[in-house]
Design a protein around this ligand. Structure first.
Ligand SMILES: NC(=O)c1ccc[n+]([C@@H]2O[C@H](COP(=O)([O-])OP(=O)(O)OC[C@H]3O[C@@H](n4cnc5c(N)ncnc54)[C@H](OP(=O)(O)O)[C@@H]3O)[C@@H](O)[C@H]2O)c1
Length: 340
């Protein structure tokens, strides 16, 4: 009886060959056991758009509840400096999403020549305005402005980007805080897809303070702490990691998260069979046939999807989830303001 149960549990999903158990390798995808020889499926595509819709529904119902209780709608204030088309596009997407979910929002535009003092005064007035729940300064800023000074000027409780030094410190100490949206996006993708992290090997490619570092913070830390972590063994790599070493490390990884901004950095030979691959990178490259500019991630998508168990696309992966997490942070900020 026990032998029968084992055989059934390990049947190949499409051919019911039980001898696969001894002659071929299996991998778990969801609840089904797959035999590589008989079902060489490509990776499950994780739709960031679909997951973002889930978060949107949660945020929307939280806002409806607040309004029904007689509170003001959350308000997101954005500061946008200069004319960078990508920054304008990101801000438009955030404010449109905020409106669609039932929040109010406003964007203050300033030219490239704006002084740091003017920007700090603007942030100060938003910090003091009671109707403003969240303040976001779109990065990057012109070179004459200190991004650190600007991020530290936003009140920590309104810091929906999670870049204030207090929020960075709390994140490092596993305390409840505003978590940077992209790191939160990666975390939610992993959680909602049901990818196990406890005791797993994770490689985070990229160590930036706003993206790579907070992702690594969330995944390596203890799940029993105030801000629960992933309990994974995390390796962080960066520009100075020799490529052969990156390959060696990534081939051991159960989860690869690439946030380097280097197209085709992660290729199929660097990925273990059955790994989960989360592509944070956004790179504008020229299509070799049409000549048009298009967006790609850091991962060689077509090659890697043949080996991985899970993969996020670019576009349509981490990007929409990042916007959704900014929305969630704004609602958290609005709720916290009611409590304190
Ligand atoms: N999907 C989204 O919502 C979202 C949000 C934010 C950012 N992004 C994208 O994510 C990427 C990273 O963003 P970021 O703000 O963190 O950029 P960043 O500040 O430029 O940091 C890039 C990181 O990658 C490392 N790196 C560069 N080349 C590498 C290589 N060959 N091997 C390993 N590491 C390498 C850099 O190392 P060093 O520290 O040694 O320089 C740095 O730590 C970009 O493509 C960005 O557009 C996407």
């Amino acid at each position: 009886m026990a032998a029968l149960a084992l055989a059934l549990a390990l049947n190949c999903c499409c051919c019911s060959l039980q001898r696969c158990l001894t002659t071929h390798s299996f991998r778990q995808r969801g609840h089904r056991a797959h035999c590589y020889i008989h079902c060489r499926n490509t990776a499950t595509l994780i739709s960031g758009r679909e997951l973002a819709r889930q978060i949107h529904r949660e945020v929307q119902s939280e806002i409806l509840e607040m309004v029904a209780q007689g509170y003001r709608r959350p308000h997101l204030s954005v500061i946008l400096v200069g004319n960078d088309p990508a920054s304008h596009c990101y801000v438009r997407n955030k404010t449109r999403t905020a409106t669609a979910l039932g929040m109010s929002s406003s964007t203050v535009f300033r030219p490239e020549s704006v002084s740091q003092d003017e920007l700090l005064d603007l942030i100060d007035s938003m910090n003091r305005e009671r109707r403003v729940s969240g303040v976001l300064v779109q990065l990057p800023l012109p070179e004459h402005i200190s991004e650190r000074a600007v991020c530290n000027a936003v009140a920590p409780e309104k810091d929906v980007d999670g870049f204030h030094i207090v929020n960075v410190g709390k994140l490092s100490l596993d305390q409840r805080c505003m978590i940077p949206a992209t790191a939160s996006a990666v975390w939610e993708i992993i959680r909602r897809t049901g990818i196990e992290t406890v005791g797993k090997n994770v490689v985070v490619v990229g160590r930036s303070k706003n993206v790579g570092m907070p992702i690594a913070m969330l995944l390596h830390s203890d799940r029993r702490h105030e801000r629960p972590g992933g309990d994974a063994t995390v390796t962080i790599t960066h520009r100075c990691t020799p490529r052969p070493q990156l390959k060696e490390i990534s081939r051991l990884a159960d989860i690869i998260i690439s946030a380097a901004g280097v197209p085709h950095l992660i290729t199929a030979d660097m990925v273990k069979e059955g790994a989960a691959v989360i592509d944070v990178g956004i790179n504008r490259v020229q299509n070799t046939t049409s000549g048009e500019l298009c967006l790609v991630g850091d991962v060689d998508f077509e090659g890697v999807r043949e080996k991985a168990a899970f993969i996020t696309p670019v576009p349509g992966g981490v990007g929409p989830m990042t916007i959704a997490m900014v929305m969630k942070n704004t609602v958290i900020a609005a709720r916290n303001a009611l409590i304190h």
